[in-house]
Design a protein around this ligand. Structure first.
Ligand SMILES: Nc1ncnc2c1ncn2[C@@H]1O[C@H](COP(=O)(O)OP(=O)(O)O)[C@@H](O)[C@H]1O
Ligand SMILES: Nc1ccn([C@H]2C[C@H](O)[C@@H](COP(=O)(O)OP(=O)(O)O)O2)c(=O)n1
Length: 203
């Protein structure tokens, strides 16, 4: 069984997926971490982020470890995870995620994972796992999302809100909800409330 949880930036996808996966006793995978890892490696190498041919040679050692408690991304024996949620990576990741060759590489990593699992991102329900039997799409207003993310970033709420809104705009192409996804506005709910809503739907 595959459960897909897509949604806009900072809508709660990874926290909710982790909670749902732990309740089900299965792993979850955060596809955004792979796009973030490609971006980090590209930035560190001084590569042009819009040039897939400069990025692909950096990727053979990259591996996602889909732990239910929180995913980790490795480059050979180097754990990249702590560096993936920086403002620097936020600023470049949409450029990388727009490259068809990089999307194919990420999709192949995800499709190689064994079910059952919870998969979260933008296009899990539409493109990567279109036949998944259970699909969800998380939303919340830009202000609510910025207030949540402000607890994890050094910038103030208006700056975070502007950056989130710009990233949503750049990610529009791959971010449409699947027609058969249940859309959940997480704004009025607690994190546990969102997890419980999904678990109730699955039962
Ligand atoms: N009702 C809620 N639903 C989802 N996430 C919430 C909620 N309330 C607070 N959060 C918090 O919002 C933050 C952003 O969530 P995260 O899982 O990182 O989102 P995403 O994976 O979509 O970027 C996390 O700190 C999460 O715990
Ligand atoms: N399946 C996916 C997952 C992420 N992306 C892109 C779009 C996002 O801007 C970045 C980072 O995604 P991630 O889910 O880690 O981050 P946010 O929740 O948006 O803060 O990757 C994508 O294009 N397709």
């Amino acid at each position: 069984m595959i459960v897909t949880i897509d949604g806009v930036a900072a809508s709660g996808k990874s926290s909710v997926s982790s909670g749902v996966a732990q309740a089900l006793g299965v792993p979850y995978v955060s596809s955004g971490l792979l796009y973030r890892a490609v971006t980090l490696l590209g930035l560190n190498a001084g590569a042009e982020l819009a040039d897939a041919s400069a990025l692909l040679p950096l990727l053979p050692g990259v591996r996602l470890e889909p732990l239910a408690s929180g995913n980790r991304v490795w480059n050979a024996d180097h754990d990249l995870t702590a560096d993936l949620h920086s403002t620097r990576v936020d600023g470049g990741v949409s450029t990388v995620a727009a490259l068809p060759e990089i999307r194919e590489w990420v999709d192949a990593q995800l499709r190689a994972l064994p079910a059952p699992l919870v998969a979260e991102g933008r296009d899990m329900g539409t493109n990567v796992f279109p036949h998944a039997p259970h699909k969800f799409y998380l939303t919340a207003s830009p202000r609510v999302r910025a207030e949540r993310r402000a607890k994890e970033r050094p910038e103030d709420i208006p700056a975070i809100e502007a950056a989130l809104t710009e990233r949503d705009r750049q990610d529009t192409t791959q971010s449409a909800p699947a027609p058969d996804a249940r859309v959940i506005d997480t704004g009025p709910l607690t994190l546990q409330g969102v997890i419980d809503t999904i678990l109730a739907d699955l039962r």
